[in-house]
Write a protein that binds this ligand. Structure first.
Ligand code: ZN
Length: 469
């Protein structure tokens, strides 16, 4: 498809949940509280008039349905603030600091004063009927493989409640998630095509994770993509949870807009099977009005100067490749695991860094797959790496020893005790002369059968090759 010719325009809005406490109360930022609900409330939708005095078009659309909203909550993860029975507490300082950090990372201009606003929410996912949102920074950019992409705005927002079910005119929600802090990042519409949209999302996600202060895993980051082609109004594709389907869903939307010619601007829900379906009309401008319960926050130079930028994950991967002589793949695995790799390399100087990666990342996965055992901890890795470092065992013994540790057995090192290079050479010679004319792989098998766990396979192969000459 020639996206340029089609007049393709796309911008991305990212919503990232933050760790710690909620944005305006002391409740923990728990998205799924394991406790049973012990609080129950009910509300009817009231469509509040915006500052323009008009009732929002989207609100009116939902109102026609005359809905009752039922809420359940756990007192362990929600309080009077979530129930809209108490005004918001002071803005969570950690969230503000993170928002400033991300704003700097995205080269954005932080506002002098943060004013929180109320954004009308019509689907019942906020008990109060509105969501609090504060603009933190504007006019940023990121570098991509296709040039700069502008970042229009960075906001701090409240997460909505989780919908449990909808039956006729009753909609049920759970409040654990309500009020969890969200960082909203919106790019300008300069994204060039669906692949580029995916790249921009990946870069923003990587930057957010680099801070180490955001939630991880499915559902903790969501992308909305606004798409239009020449002659068609903007359509919002809402709720990408993973990037896998992004190109396909955007491409299908472009095809849909091509067929439809002049359609209505609206919001489409992105489904988990990689399709999208009509959700509601596009909300209008009447959605925002000032939140007078939250005082204006002045951003001082001191606050901005105190921001320390994190090392980006992508930069760290490159650094690890060089510093520890790792492959790009291994470096990424190690960085992702958040293990203090440098401390391992320092402690186990005689062990190849590649082998350290195997021990702490690859073997646990293999053991899970082959033996359905898990639960290896740092001290286990350090124990085994210690044996390797002191030459007590060979690499081939590591997996078996880790399995024994997991089975709660006492590790019997004498079973794996190494054999001196001299003795090994003698033993290999014996085996070669006993099996005259046997192929090298068969000889290798014989040696390894006898010394499994005690010798390094590479070393044996080298000896055999030398003797075969
Ligand atoms: Zn609370």
């Amino acid at each position: 498809m020639d996206y340029k010719k089609l007049g393709f325009k796309a911008g991305i809005e990212i919503h990232q949940q933050l760790e710690g406490k909620k944005l305006f109360c002391d409740c923990p930022a728990i998205v799924h509280d394991p406790n049973k609900a012990d609080i129950f409330l009910e509300r009817k939708l009231r469509a509040a008039a915006g500052e323009t005095g008009k009732v929002d078009k989207a609100a009116a659309y939902e109102m026609k349905k005359d809905k009752i909203f039922q809420y359940e909550a756990c007192s362990s993860s929600s309080c009077l603030v979530e129930y809209d029975d108490e005004p918001p507490h002071e803005l969570n300082k950690d969230c503000l600091e993170l928002a400033l950090e991300v704003s700097k990372l995205l080269n954005a201009k932080v506002v002098d004063e943060i004013h929180f606003m109320r954004k009308t929410v019509v689907d019942g996912s906020n008990v109060s009927g509105f969501q609090r949102t504060g603009l933190i920074a504007t006019d940023g950019y990121i570098e991509t493989s296709r040039g700069k992409v502008g970042v229009d705005s960075i906001c701090l927002e409240e997460e909505a409640a989780q919908k449990l079910e909808e039956k006729e005119h009753i909609v049920k929600f759970r409040l654990d998630r309500l009020g969890v802090a969200l960082l909203e990042i919106a790019t300008d519409p300069s994204i060039k095509d669906p692949e580029h949209a995916k790249e921009v999302s990946a870069i923003l996600g990587m930057m957010l994770r680099s801070t180490g202060k955001v939630k991880r895993g499915i559902g903790t980051i969501r992308q909305d993509v606004n798409v239009s082609i020449k002659g068609h109004p903007r359509v919002e594709l809402k709720g990408f949870q993973e990037l896998r389907y992004m190109v396909k869903v955007i491409d299908e939307e472009v095809e849909r807009q091509k067929k439809e010619k002049k359609g209505e601007s609206h919001v489409r829900k992105v489904n988990s099977n990689g399709t999208s379906t009509f959700m509601r009309p596009m909300p209008g401008a009447a959605r925002m009005y000032p939140e007078t319960d939250v005082p204006v926050i002045r951003v001082t130079k001191k606050m901005l100067d105190a921001v320390v930028l994190p090392e980006l994950i992508d930069d760290k991967v490159l650094r690890f490749e060089k510093e520890f002589k790792l492959s790009a793949e291994d470096a990424r695995i190690i960085v992702k695991s958040e293990i203090d790799f440098a401390s391992y390399v320092k402690e186990f100087k005689k062990v190849d860094s590649k082998i350290i990666v195997d021990v702490i990342v690859k073997y646990p996965k293999e053991i899970k797959k082959r033996f359905n055992l898990e639960g290896l901890k740092e001290n286990h890795f350090r124990e085994v790496l210690g044996y390797l470092n002191s030459g007590k065992i060979g690499k081939s013994a590591v997996l078996e020893i880790l399995v024994e540790i997991l089975k709660g057995k006492k590790v019997n090192l004498s079973k794996y005790e190494g054999i001196s290079d001299n003795d090994l050479e003698k033993e290999v010679k014996k085996i070669v002369s006993k099996n005259k004319g046997a192929p090298i792989n068969a000889l290798m098998g014989e040696v390894m059968k006898k010394f499994r766990g005690k010798v390094d396979g590479k070393k044996v192969m080298m000896l055999l090759k030398r003797m075969a000459k």
